[in-house]
Design a binder for this molecule. Sequence first.
Ligand code: PEP
Ligand code: MG
Length: 326
Amino acid sequence: FKKELEELKELPAQTKDGHVVELVGNIGTPKDIEGVIRNGGQGVGLYRTEFLYMDSDEMPSEEKQFEAYKEVLEGMKDMPIIIRTLDIGGDKKLPYLQLDEEMNPFLGLRAVRLCFVEKDLFKTQLRAILRASAFGKALVMFPMISNVDEVRQAKAILDECRKELDAENIAYDKDLKVGVMVEIPSAAVCADIIAKEVDFFSIGTNDLCQYTLAVDRMNENVSYLYQPFNPAILRLVHNVIKASHEHEGKFTGMCGEMAGEPLAALILLGLGLDEFSMSASSIPQIKKIIRSVTLKEAQEIAQKALELATADEVIAMVTEELKKLN
Ligand code: PEP
Ligand code: MG
């Protein structure tokens, strides 16, 4: 089994008929890249930067952040690294940042919403990301985008940082790609509007399920409703991928747990997902599944899934399809 994984590591993530996708890892700290490389990941689809803040007693300085981002970029050679800006709020707090108590923290001042209020904090991070982008292939991604105004606002602040660095003669990647997480239903529904303003999407199914299905992702009493295979989620995922592909050169990835779920792999592949980002240890298994079908077969499975009425029906159908492959 170990030998099989070793061999898989060297093989491309492509279907039998040569359709290539990207299999990348989710990381929280620079030391996580070791696992991504060991499992044959081709980059990082989600670098959750909040750990840098949560593991610290004070706001991490621009320098400290720059060093961490640079370490990841250099460690992964020229592979793409999607650095997500701070996603704090919701269930995540910072001891050194006083915030109001909220009745519904997951619907409150979280992620970019908080960064717009704490603009200095946001700019410090964006400057660190820009500076690090001179040392590898960085992409920047904004979490919890709910409408196109927020995309424009985030990009305008990024531009302010670019201008500051220009004035200070500090190098950064002038071609830095900018994307957003699609994890709020409004963004998924209006993906065609948002696609015009970004280079890529990454679907965050953990929150997308929570918000679409109105199920607290941490609440066991309603966890039976938390269902990535719910037709509503599949339709949203489909819509987002289509919207990105209508613009040349734009792509859609997925960095929620669904991307590393073997039962979802054939559907996502068939829907046209370009990049799958997951915990590193899931990469070989997903690669094996992708290598065992043609794109056309996966498209037929995806089409079938879109026509089913319930999550259970979808799961039963893909379970059968997966069995046929083995
Ligand atoms: C998601 O919501 O799917 C996601 C990847 O982000 P996080 O789990 O960090 O909220
Ligand atoms: Mg999320």
